[in-house]
Design a protein around this ligand. Structure first.
Ligand SMILES: [Zn+2]
Length: 312
């Protein structure tokens, strides 16, 4: 399944059993469904795909917990990837500096002696940014991705994935997802603004006592791809896993426009296995992002303020 929709076409994922929440399992009128639940969080630029099977109570709890952590972790990507959420692109701030976004390019403002985390190479026309993330808890960030995946899991399979649903709802935290391979792949090239793609792969037959995931969920947000494993209830946590054989799906690479060949050495496709099993808070984590541009220009404070005020 893959959906990339225009802004005005809304899609609602609907189960056959209406008015039943996928996560807490409660039904109307015990729970309500008044709010539109984004199947992929709005912070990722999703304005089109909604879930009709997430109750208001679960929606609120997810927003305040796992999605809040996902927001902290993903902020450098969302800001530097220029993702519009709730009609603005998130700003980045540090000691004595900040980055705000206009319609076409970002503005970096800083005090004279501020330790700005951007290194500009005028000759190569490159910029390296080293941004410190907000504090986050990896386990909760992964659960936010898993929750998105479960929104898209076919209804008919839900009963085989109860433990994964319970993990997201924090009903089952007995180490079911203590060992897994979660990929992030970065595709260099032009920024893919407002790109949100989802793909679900489910194996035809999942046997009991398995040591491999029964399903994979792929989420593409701008230039980043996330590959989330989803374990069925028959997954054997203690089994010998063949995780080494699991690789990121390669076929999407052709759908990104590459940089001009003269620039291609600057940024390369980068595939990382994310270690997101820890339940400890991570502080001071640095994300490095490389940029190429036609140029950089110094502007006066007045010019910067005028440019930024035009988009408000
Ligand atoms: Zn619920």
């Amino acid at each position: 399944m893959s959906k990339t929709k225009k802004k005005d076409s809304k899609v609602y994922l609907k189960d056959k059993i209406k008015g039943k929440c996928r996560f807490c399992g409660l039904q109307k009128p015990e729970v309500s469904f008044k709010k539109a639940a984004h199947a992929v969080p709005e912070m990722f630029g999703n304005k089109n795909i909604f879930s009709s099977n997430e109750c208001d109570g679960c929606n609120k709890v997810f927003g305040e917990t796992i999605e809040n952590q996902l927001g902290n972790w993903s902020k450098p990507y969302r800001s530097m990837g220029r993702i519009f959420a709730k009609d603005r692109i998130p700003s980045l701030k540090g000691c004595g500096w900040r980055v705000d976004h206009g319609d076409k390019f970002p503005i970096v403002q800083s005090l004279k002696d501020a330790d700005v985390p951007f290194f500009i190479d005028e000759e190569k026309k490159t910029m390296t940014s080293t941004i410190v993330r907000d504090t986050y808890i990896p386990d909760m960030v992964f659960k936010a991705f898993l929750k998105i995946a479960l929104n898209f899991l076919p209804e008919i399979l839900l009963n085989d994935f109860r433990r994964s649903v319970d993990c997201v709802s924090s009903k089952d935290d007995g180490g079911f997802y203590s060992n897994f391979k979660f990929f992030q792949v970065f595709f260099p090239g032009l920024i893919y603004k407002d790109r949100v793609d989802v793909i679900m792969f489910v194996r035809k037959k999942c046997n009991s006592n398995e040591d491999l995931p029964c399903a994979f969920f792929i989420l593409v947000v701008n230039n980043y791809l996330y590959q989330v494993p989803i374990f069925s209830d028959s997954y054997n946590v203690a089994g010998l896993s063949s995780f080494e054989e699991i690789k990121p799906f390669p076929f999407l690479m052709n759908s990104f426009k590459p940089l001009a060949s003269s620039r291609s050495g600057v940024c390369e496709i980068k595939s990382s296995v994310m270690n997101f099993s820890s339940k400890e808070k991570i502080k001071g984590d640095v994300e490095t992002i490389n940029w190429v541009a036609d140029g950089w220009r110094k502007v006066s404070k007045e010019e910067a303020e005028k440019y930024l005020s035009e988009i408000k």
